[in-house]
Design a protein around this ligand. Structure first.
Ligand SMILES: C[S@@+](CC[C@H](N)C(=O)[O-])C[C@H]1O[C@@H](n2cnc3c(N)ncnc32)[C@H](O)[C@@H]1O
Length: 243
């Protein structure tokens, strides 16, 4: 795994963060050292998705990057007729995902997820991607997903979140910075990456996420995981089956 040193040298002009070839080359190391809980959320969302799928069902991994979630789903099911479709609008991500994930049940599409058709999806996962969409695009996206998914479909959304209490938010944020330093990032790397993300990443509170799920037609939702300012939600439209 190549080490993420993208922000280690002093930059005179910090440009907005983009998922380009440079990021793709170090992405697994970058996300593992930057997102608290990533190494729990990915396998666990894969397991939850796999448990919800029966043979011939389709799952969508929207904002799939290198296909970590796609792979996590497929590792948890032996059903030969299951298909997982990974969607990302960064060509470099999709090229590498296609070359790395060789399971014939996986397919990758280079497309804008806000326009991608998920008709009859049994599971849709958005792991750490809604935070990069314009705020105004989020409810329409969830409405479209709800309308296109199967009535018994499962939605999983993982995100960076904002605490309603600013003091608590700051305390968690400071712990996150300390965790990044403990993972080998310097103060310069942390602050330059923050600047690069400032204009492209907009985070909501858990309450806003929950409200949005309801507005979009999901009748049940809950936070199943949270670590500092990162959370993961499941949303459905039917009484829970207890699975
Ligand atoms: C933080 S990464 C997601 C990580 C990935 N889900 C995982 O868990 O490993 C965000 C990804 O979303 C993609 N993305 C952002 N906006 C998108 C859009 N409108 N349509 C499709 N992909 C998008 C980016 O290219 C990037 O690969």
């Amino acid at each position: 795994m190549s080490r993420d040193e993208l922000f280690s040298a002093k930059q005179n002009h910090i440009v907005d963060f983009v998922f380009d070839e440079q990021v793709v080359a170090v992405f697994p190391d970058m996300i593992r050292r930057s997102v608290p809980g990533y190494e729990t959320v990915i396998p666990m969302t894969g397991l939850m998705a796999a448990r919800h799928l029966t043979n011939n069902d389709v799952a969508y991994d929207l904002g799939c990057s290198l296909g970590a979630t796609t792979l996590a789903i497929l590792q948890q099911t032996d059903l030969a007729g299951v298909n997982v479709i990974g969607v990302d609008n960064a060509p470099a991500m999709i090229d590498k995902a296609r070359s790395q994930v060789t399971d014939p049940r996986a397919r990758f599409e280079c497309a804008d997820l806000t326009e991608f058709d998920v008709t009859d999806a049994k599971v849709v996962i958005l792991n750490f991607v809604m935070q990069f969409l314009p705020l105004a695009a989020r409810t329409p996206l969830l409405r479209r997903l709800r309308a296109q998914m199967r009535p018994d479909g499962l939605l999983i959304v993982s995100e960076k979140v904002r605490q309603p209490d600013p003091n608590l938010h700051e305390r968690f944020d400071a712990t996150h910075l300390a965790w990044k330093r403990a993972n080998g990032y310097s103060d310069l790397e942390v602050s330059q990456k923050r600047q690069a993300l400032e204009n492209v990443m907009r985070v909501d509170t858990e309450e806003i996420h929950e409200r949005r799920f309801r507005e979009a037609g999901f009748t049940q939702s809950t936070t199943w995981f949270r670590c500092l300012n990162w959370a993961s939600f499941i949303a459905t439209s039917e009484p829970s089956t207890g699975r």
